[in-house]
Design a protein around this ligand. Structure first.
Ligand code: ADE
Length: 234
């Protein structure tokens, strides 16, 4: 047990799919895994372990923002021996040609947070995912003919009340999207010598007002989960 996870050592697989929302974790366990069992429920941050195509896989919620994902990632890695974490989440589109429901794979993450500078003697840390996981994801996305974009994201601390200069700066620098966790996950994984990747679907766009139906959102979520599972077991 850890302060935030009441599973026993051995209850988690080496591969963890990591959505923000614990109810998404429960949905994934029920819809995609065989013989899934719930392994933790502290603060209702649910975690499950089951099998995908014969591979042992866990799925657990990580909450919103860097402080929350950092707690769960550190405890999963240090106490439960997790070796591969794939965050699956949503992002706000920044690139003009991104559409709602497109997939974004974060091959780098800048951040407004000071946490990575705290880890890195005050300097800017280049937060990147594991190369092999990224390559596997690229191959799986191509094989499935998915509309996935690979590139930089920005991990913001604020969902509301962004710095007005940030959007034009992100556009100038070719940032694809904003989200709230990837930069920390990548730095923690690097420090702990494990693999991490972030796959996102565009849920809103900072420049355009478009809407999607609940059915469309569900089908793009399912595509992302399948891509993450195929990547994780490849
Ligand atoms: N996740 C989804 N949409 C987002 C946005 N607009 N900003 C930050 N994180 C997000």
């Amino acid at each position: 047990m850890t302060p935030h996870i009441n599973a026993n050592v051995g209850d988690f697989a080496e591969l963890v799919l990591f959505p923000g929302d614990p109810l998404r974790a429960e949905y994934i366990a029920n819809a995609f895994l065989e013989d899934a069992v719930q392994v933790t429920d502290v603060r209702n941050m649910l975690g499950f372990t089951g099998y995908y195509q014969g591979h042992r896989v866990s799925v657990m919620g990580h909450g919103m923002g860097i402080p929350s994902i950092s707690i769960y990632a550190e405890e999963l890695i240090r106490h439960y021996g997790v070796k591969r974490l794939i965050r699956i989440g949503s992002c706000g589109g920044v690139a003009d040609d991104l559409k709602l429901r497109d997939l974004v794979v974060a091959t780098g993450a800048g951040t407004a947070s000071l946490t990575n500078r705290t880890r890195f003697a005050g300097y800017d840390y280049a937060a990147v995912p594991d190369f092999e996981l990224t390559a596997a994801c690229y191959q799986q996305a191509k094989q499935r003919d998915l509309n996935a974009r690979f590139g930089n994201v920005f991990t913001n601390d604020l969902f509301y009340g962004r710095d007005a200069a940030l959007l034009p700066a992100m556009q100038r620098m070719g940032v694809l999207a904003v989200e709230m966790e990837a930069a920390a996950l990548y730095a923690i994984a690097a420090e702990q010598r494990v693999q991490a990747l972030t796959i996102l679907t565009v849920s809103d766009h900072l420049l355009h007002t478009e809407e999607t139906s609940a059915d469309e959102r569900q089908s793009s979520f399912n595509e992302m989960v399948e891509l993450a599972l195929a990547t994780g077991v490849a």
